[in-house]
Design a binder for this molecule. Sequence first.
Ligand code: RIB
Length: 345
Amino acid sequence: MASIRDVAKAAGVSLGTVSNAINRPEVLAPLTLRKVQKVIEDMGFVPNASARNLRAGRNRVIGLIVPDISNPFFTALAMGVNDAAFAAKYVVILCNTDESTDKESQYLEVLSAQNVEGILITPARETIRALAKVAEKGIRLALVDRPALGLQACSVAVNDSYGGSLALTHLHELGHRKILLLTGSEDIPQVADRNAGIRESMKEISANQLPQIMELRLDSMSASNAYDAMMKKIESGVDFTGIICGNDLIALGAIRALREKNIAVPEDVSVIGYDDIDFAGSASVPLTSISQPAFELGYAAAELIISECENPERHVHQRIEFQPRLVVRSSTAPTKAHRANLRIS
Ligand code: RIB
């Protein structure tokens, strides 16, 4: 017996379109409706509970899959998704992958089986190919905090390459020439893009002013992981005057280690974070950071996926990109040498 998925695949349309052909033919373009009705007839498909459920599957439920809900960046993003969903009378199923691609795959399967109407995802790693397979099954996807690249889907992201260049340029302008890059794996797309931005901005610097960048990779982008790594790094010698951190949690962990080792921030070492989470401004040393509009990212992504759910036939995928911005607080300052030069000049 042909299933509704078989009909969708054969007609080259989404599950929602087959459901609409059965339950709400009036919303479909005539050509599409006739195409689906012919496939239903040819396959002898008889709408059963799954089709009716799919009608009920106008269940106004969307899924949100994020890599680390303990990171206030993703908490704010989830709040944006939730507010946009509430405004459209949708509800959200929140899934946290702990940056695991295995968990991510399992959540995609569970949400598909739940017949959610659409899924928002911040991929834990570069998993565009895996997501393309999910989309082929007729599951509506939209990427949040990640450009869709080759995927036929909406996306809302931040120009992370520009964000990386803002961080490097800020420390360089303060005279820092020995900089530690403390961040996660470059398998994490946001990290790769930020590091690429740092490398790009290095090309704009004259050879005699080039900073030396030392990289220290973390297993996870958490404050505790950064604290442990920094305590070890300090033991081996502080051969840097500035630290560019992969996100604010890393920056907070690094500052905790530096202060425990009586290294003054920013007088001895400047620290810049990324995200500008709510706590950044009230940290033990108010954190200079690269601000991302987390709430707006989530709100915009939810609006896009809901628009697609409401009108699949007329929906056109959109790619939205926000720009990050530098927020200067007291965790960064000119180096001692730079301050001396400023006094002389
Ligand atoms: O998930 C790693 C980082 O990417 C987060 O801290 C946030 O910056 C996101 O964009």
